[in-house]
Design a protein. Structure first.
Length: 233
């Protein structure tokens, strides 16, 4: 098969996995969005996926996306930033995305707010929580998530749409699901306490290797790269 056929086949396999997981957990498959994680993926291959019917992409690195943007700026798709964001990259990333899924500290939120105030616009965000408690991963701790949400709510330009996490790096279903269940529980408590509303309770969690487990624990968005585009270079 050629590259386009491989990508289309990969999308089909992932879409089927989403459907199976939704059916298993008694959910409608239109409750779960597929985000294409395009780190290291060339503009031509991103274009193939969008032309195959996908409409949501996410980049991890500001510099890489800056280099790609001219080649894909005509594509009709939603663009998120899903990687760790340094405060000195805020001005640059805001040129390209409609949502940042990795807001994990008030310093970053305030920097975004200041820049957005200058530009006279608002931005959708997800609060990233480290529910696996791994030191190698970014994200606010579960205990501090509620305080961060309260502080972000005081910033006029940032609109919390949900929470994001990177699951535990493990083949142990029980342990991986536990890290996803914790994010859902944080969301439920945030809604119960009036910190976010039901329609702002999206859960971005699950990737190529564990998306079914994430969906069973309530994911509304899964981030998939290698299962569609092949192993990263």
């Amino acid at each position: 098969m050629n590259d386009r056929e491989n990508i289309i086949e990969g999308i089909g396999i992932i879409r089927n996995e989403i459907n199976v997981a939704c059916e298993k957990s008694g959910r409608n498959n239109n409750e779960v969005k597929l985000l294409l994680a395009t780190k290291t993926v060339s503009p031509d291959r991103i274009r193939m996926a969008i032309e195959a019917g996908e409409s949501l992409i996410g980049e991890n690195r500001v510099q890489e996306y800056t280099e790609k943007f001219e080649a894909i700026k005509d594509l009709n798709c939603e663009r998120h930033f899903i990687g760790h964001l340094q405060t000195n990259k805020v001005k640059e990333v805001l040129k390209y995305v409609s949502c940042i899924q990795s807001v994990d500290r008030i310093e970053l939120a305030e920097k975004l707010d200041s820049r957005l105030q200058n530009e006279g616009r608002s931005l959708d965000i997800f609060v990233q929580v480290n529910t696996s408690f791994e030191e190698s991963k970014f994200g606010v701790t579960p205990e501090e998530a509620f305080a961060l949400i309260k502080k972000i709510n005081a910033l006029d330009t940032l609109k919390i749409k949900g929470l994001m996490t990177i699951g535990l790096f493990s083949d142990e279903e029980v342990l991986v699901k536990k890290s996803y269940r914790l994010l859902r529980e944080i969301k439920d408590r945030a809604i119960a306490e009036g910190l976010v509303t039901d329609d702002c309770g999206a859960l971005s969690m699950g990737m190529s290797n564990d998306l079914q487990w994430a969906i069973e624990e309530g994911a509304t968005m899964v981030r998939v790269g290698s299962a569609i585009f092949g192993r990263r270079a």
